[in-house]
Design a binder for this molecule. Structure first.
Ligand code: PGA
Length: 249
């Protein structure tokens, strides 16, 4: 399976950053790359990377297609601006912007309605992990979407497992923790998740990427902080390209 690497730039960057990143970017072969700039820079990023094989996503969308929703941006607008993906249910949206499982499910459906591939983020917090409930929490997050969108919606989904305690903390899940959760996620998807891609996210860097990508159920990564440096992100992509699941080893 071709690894998928998603850069989540969060609320960082400006026009100059986008231009500098695009100039420094050397596309590694054999991986699918999606860049998610903040909404305001989507158009500018699509132009800066034209013809470079990069695809684009947004970090969140509204759930409605249009209307009197001041400040919101519809999935259809992302599509119109050149995006092909939408991150849905990132833990920062769940924690800071009150996105419940029900809201996440609506946004997942909105992405599909607009022809975007949703990248559904799931993951437990530290308390839930310490209590031994990590798998149950993640299962609940997947079930909420399957109930709203229909179980088949997850057949060829992109799921990002992002343990909340590993995001932006410098602490990653161990490769064994990631593998065990990825296998559980895949097992919960229709058809054994054979057509789905399960990404890992949480403090992925060039220095730790190869160890995580060595696990058989890790199909790529959702990268935050380390994706703001073109060379660092390219090194992570190279590690994914060399992983056993990518090379079939
Ligand atoms: P991080 O963020 O790589 O900075 O931990 C990952 C994410 O939030 O998607």
């Amino acid at each position: 399976m071709t690894p998928l690497l998603v850069a989540n730039w969060k609320m960082h960057g400006d026009k100059d950053f986008v231009a500098r990143f695009a100039r420094a970017w050397r596309a590694p072969p054999g991986v699918d790359v999606v860049i998610c700039p903040s909404w305001g820079y989507l158009d500018c990023a699509v132009s800066a990377f034209a013809g470079r094989g990069v695809r684009f996503g947004v970090q969140t969308t509204a759930s409605e297609p249009s209307g009197a929703f001041t400040g919101e941006n519809a999935a259809e607008m992302a599509r119109d601006l050149g995006a092909a993906f939408a991150v849905v249910g990132h833990s920062e949206r769940r924690q800071m912007f009150g996105e419940t499982d029900a809201v996440v499910a609506k946004k997942f459906r909105a992405a599909g309605r607009a022809g975007l591939t949703p990248i559904l983020c799931v993951g437990e917090n530290r308390t839930e992990r310490l209590a031994g409930n990590a798998e149950q929490v993640v299962r609940g997050q997947l079930d909420a979407v399957a109930r709203a969108a229909g179980p088949d919606a997850l057949r060829d989904a992109v799921i990002a497992y992002e343990p909340v305690w590993a995001i932006g903390t410098g602490e990653t899940a161990t490769p064994a923790q990631a593998q065990s959760m990825h296998a559980a996620i895949r097992g919960a998807l229709p058809n054994g998740g054979r057509a789905a891609r399960v990404l890992y996210g949480g403090s992925v860097k060039a220095a730790n990427a190869a160890r995580i990508f060595a696990e058989p159920d890790v199909d790529g990564a959702l990268v935050g902080g380390a994706s703001l440096d073109a060379n660092e992100f390219a090194a992570i992509c190279l590690a994914a390209m060399a992983s056993p699941s990518a090379t079939g080893a």
